[in-house]
Design a protein around this ligand. Structure first.
Ligand SMILES: CC(C)(COP(=O)(O)OP(=O)(O)OC[C@H]1O[C@@H](n2cnc3c(N)ncnc32)[C@H](O)[C@@H]1OP(=O)(O)O)[C@@H](O)C(=O)NCCC(=O)NCCS
Length: 364
């Protein structure tokens, strides 16, 4: 049995925060951020991760022409779940009405969507389940330290989702192959240490003290290498050659990383999707949201062969080679949407700014 992508959907909050907005509370500038990262703006979420995930998931289910109760499994890739007990995916099951689905979270940081898609492929091709929804969703601004300009300017919130089902013939496409892995010798270059059960809960403001260990240049170098190697191995495992690849959708962390990967990987016929300027790094959400943007703006055509690849904390990394079906039009629609927020993007994090920028004493 073969598997393929039959549905797709995304959900990004309306609250746009530009680089100039960031410079109102961080010592940074639009020029620095654009030059070093390519990012122009990002979104801050006024709702929980599971709210974004649910809207993206429902849009993907509609696109596939399915109903929520048709879904057998929902896999939520995230490193910023609403809760640990239960999983954020449990909230997503409830909000989407996927009453017949098993659901769980997968945390492989920015590479989580690759890990989750590989599991979906295995579920479908083994015949265990027929209809899988894979969601990458992050409320990563919740985890940021707004006093650290090295990291605070890089990230944004959002969610993207895909439906995976059986493929019956070549015109329906095929998820060919994966190469996923993790290099824990590089664990220390990207960490939010002491958050989770290692944290001393009784330290005042323990949950706010999310100091990031972040060696930007090491992540940069290792990230390009890991995504390049994983992509080459995924292409080789699919039986294709680099010439066969029409599209490259890399993790949207930084434009310079994307361009470095393009130069190293050398896919002669592939166009690379680049949306980091709109959203910043949305971690596990970045590949599925880029996919949806690519379909919506016509960059992705039916029947194309693509490589998706990501790297993140761990260092977790992965790549997949995928042939899309001929259909890139939705079979159905939904009116699922986020509630509106009455304020600016910066208003969403005002309490955090009070804490990090103006000092704890402001928080009562
Ligand atoms: C973070 C990153 C953009 C920094 O770019 P860089 O060219 O390596 O810049 P450096 O770290 O050398 O910093 C250069 C200077 O800019 C300063 N700087 C850092 N952040 C800044 C900001 N937001 N605004 C203005 N200046 C900033 C630094 O303090 C440093 O100043 P100094 O030379 O006076 O000490 C880059 O390393 C990167 O993108 N790494 C990958 C990060 C990533 O994507 N991680 C997630 C992967 S999942």
């Amino acid at each position: 049995m073969k598997s393929t992508i039959t549905g797709w959907g995304k959900c990004v909050p309306d609250n746009v925060v530009t680089n100039d907005d960031m410079a109102t509370f961080i010592d940074t500038s639009d020029e620095w951020i654009q030059q070093r990262t390519g990012i122009k703006e990002r979104r801050f979420s006024h709702v929980n991760n599971s709210d974004m995930a649910s809207v993206a998931g429902l849009r993907a289910i509609a696109t596939a022409g399915l109903q929520p109760e048709d879904i057998d499994v929902v896999i939520l890739a995230t490193c910023t779940p609403d809760s640990i007990v239960p999983s954020a995916a449990s909230h997503v099951q409830k909000k989407m009405g996927c009453v017949n689905a098993i659901v769980y979270d997968v945390n492989a940081a920015c590479a989580g969507f690759l890990y989750a898609m590989q599991q979906a492929k295995a579920f479908i091709e083994s015949g265990i389940y027929k209809n899988a929804v894979v969601i990458g969703s992050e409320h990563i601004t919740w985890l940021l330290d707004w006093s650290d300009r090295n990291t605070a300017v890089l990230f944004g919130d959002g969610a993207g989702a895909m439906v995976v089902q059986e493929s019956n013939d070549e015109s329906e496409g095929e998820i060919y192959s994966f190469k996923n892995g993790l290099s824990s010798d590089k664990l220390a270059i990207l960490e939010v240490p002491n958050f989770g059960s290692a944290m001393n809960r009784f330290t005042p403001y323990a949950a706010a003290e999310t100091t990031w260990t972040f060696d930007g240049q090491e992540i940069f170098k290792n990230g390009i290498r890991a995504m390049g190697n994983a992509s080459e191995e995924a292409i080789a495992a699919s039986g294709l050659t680099k010439e066969d690849i029409d599209l490259l959708i890399p993790h949207q962390a930084n434009l310079r990383i994307v361009e470095g990967l393009e130069r190293n990987l050398k896919l002669p016929n592939a166009k690379t999707l680049k949306y980091v300027h709109k959203y910043g790094n949305t971690s596990a959400a970045s590949i599925p949201t880029a996919f949806v943007d690519g379909i919506e703006d016509g960059s992705i055509k039916g029947g194309e062969t693509m490589v998706i690849t990501a790297v993140g904390a761990g260092l977790a990394w992965g790549a997949a080679a995928i042939k899309l079906g001929q259909r890139v039009t939705p079979l159905g629609e939904t009116d699922a949407a986020l509630p509106e927020f009455d304020g600016t993007g910066v208003d969403v994090i005002q309490e955090s700014i009070d804490y990090f920028v103006h000092g704890k004493k402001e928080i009562q």
